[in-house]
Design a protein around this ligand. Structure first.
Ligand code: CO
Length: 206
């Protein structure tokens, strides 16, 4: 059943080696990515492909609705490894318009376990309820909530003790908030890049 995928894999590895015979040999020795991507698990938002990066160039964590919850061991482990061991220079929190997780979070019906995971998005929606209620359509409202969610997750990363420890030790580290559009393949920077504690105070007041 998976013959096609395995054939694709052989072809891909061959092409990589034809272009650059040392490609895999170099990767075996080490990974030195400068970027850490926190994105949605949605199949339409493939991290490396969107920014045209090769294996070895970006460390990636993906979950439903690109959350960075302060007590999630999976996210915290990847953040710690990315920041303290790999010493990435940029953390990219990347949401996307039309996110099913964001839509599900604010639907009134019961979805079971996923409602627990998505609780932080309902909090963001509640915090910004006046702005969201003023949106001219449901689509505009959900798109804005995708942006607000990314901004909230940038704040989470920027207030995380792992990030703060890196800044205090003088490490060069910037957290960015991006939203990707499935409709045209383009990323929009949300203008909330945080490079240290003064930036964090200016942008988030914390
Ligand atoms: Co999504």
């Amino acid at each position: 059943m998976l013959d096609a995928l395995l054939a694709n894999n052989r072809e891909w590895a061959l092409k990589k080696t034809q272009v650059d015979p040392e490609f895999f040999k170099r990767l075996v020795r080490q990974q030195t990515p400068e970027y850490f991507w926190i994105g949605c698990a949605d199949s339409r938002v493939p991290a490396n492909e969107i920014v045209n990066l090769d294996p070895g160039e970006m460390f990636v964590h993906r979950n439903v609705a690109n959350l960075a919850p302060q007590q999630d061991a999976n996210y915290l482990s990847t953040l710690q490894y990315a920041v303290h061991v790999l010493k990435v220079k940029h953390v990219l929190v990347v949401g996307h318009y039309g996110c099913g997780g964001v839509r599900t979070a604010v639907e009134s019906q019961d979805h079971g376990l996923i409602d627990h995971w998505l609780a932080p998005i309902r909090e963001v929606a509640h915090e910004h309820r006046e702005e969201l209620e003023a949106c001219p359509s449901e689509t505009v409202k959900l798109d804005r909530l995708c942006e607000l969610n990314v901004i909230a997750q940038v704040r989470n990363v920027a207030t995380n003790p792992i990030t703060v420890a890196a800044w205090r030790s003088g490490q060069d580290l910037t957290i960015h908030g991006w939203v990707y559009s499935i409709a045209d393949g383009l990323v929009t920077d949300q203008g909330v890049s945080v490079s240290g504690l003064p930036d964090r105070m200016r942008i988030f007041g914390i």
